[in-house]
Design a protein around this ligand. Structure first.
Ligand SMILES: O=P(O)(O)OC[C@H]1O[C@H](OP(=O)(O)OP(=O)(O)O)[C@H](O)[C@@H]1O
Ligand SMILES: Nc1ncnc2[nH]cnc12
Length: 166
């Protein structure tokens, strides 16, 4: 998984998906970080988090909730849980959300993502889970680049790599 940074100072994550062995190992590795918990649903943040979230969900035999950026109602009857993020690593205030009927208050939710930076998007996801009355288990990510260490515990962040190790 070691991977030097490119000229944009970000790891070339697309190379990870291209490697069959790395791809096969990511779902189990991200799931195993939370083997002491009992998730009932995986949350994947559009878009890379969904790619990884589906690997984790499949490994655990669970379903996936796709957390959409700027979700649009497909029908008036679609009620959404929605939250707007604080500024993220690109200084965006994104609206994140998903259909309310995808989660219930008995669910135990595990967020999966490739990278955490400001923690803004993960915080909004934690808020969405709280809005639904469900239980937040934590965030399982590949790269921990968290800029606010005080968020590590409340988010229950677990990572495969730290950004300084790339
Ligand atoms: O900690 P934060 O500052 O909130 O940033 C982390 C989020 O940003 C990146 O996704 P991005 O929005 O670039 O979308 P992508 O998955 O489509 O690349 C990354 O995959 C995380 O989801
Ligand atoms: N995928 C990513 N998400 C958030 N911050 C990043 N910095 C470099 N790559 C990133």
């Amino acid at each position: 998984m070691s991977d030097r940074k490119d000229e944009w100072r970000s790891a070339n994550e697309t190379g990870w998906w291209r490697d069959p062995e790395v791809l096969a190992s990511l779902g189990p590795a991200l799931a195993d970080q939370f083997s002491d918990t009992h998730p009932t649903v995986v949350l994947g943040l559009q878009s890379r988090g969904c790619l990884l979230g589906s690997l984790v969900a499949q490994h655990l035999g669970l379903g996936l909730i796709e957390v959409r950026k700027d979700p649009v109602r497909s029908a008036d009857s679609d009620r959404l849980w929605q939250r707007t993020t604080p500024p993220d690593y690109e200084d965006r205030h994104l609206t994140l959300g998903f259909r309310r009927n995808l989660i219930n208050s008995g669910d135990r939710a595990l967020l999966v993502d490739d990278w955490i930076a400001t923690g803004a998007q993960a915080l909004a996801c934690q808020g969405l889970v709280a809005d639904a009355g469900a239980t937040w288990l934590g965030a399982s990510v590949i790269v921990d680049g968290l800029e606010r260490p005080e968020l590590r515990r409340p988010l229950n962040l677990r990572s495969l790599l730290h950004v300084r190790d790339l």
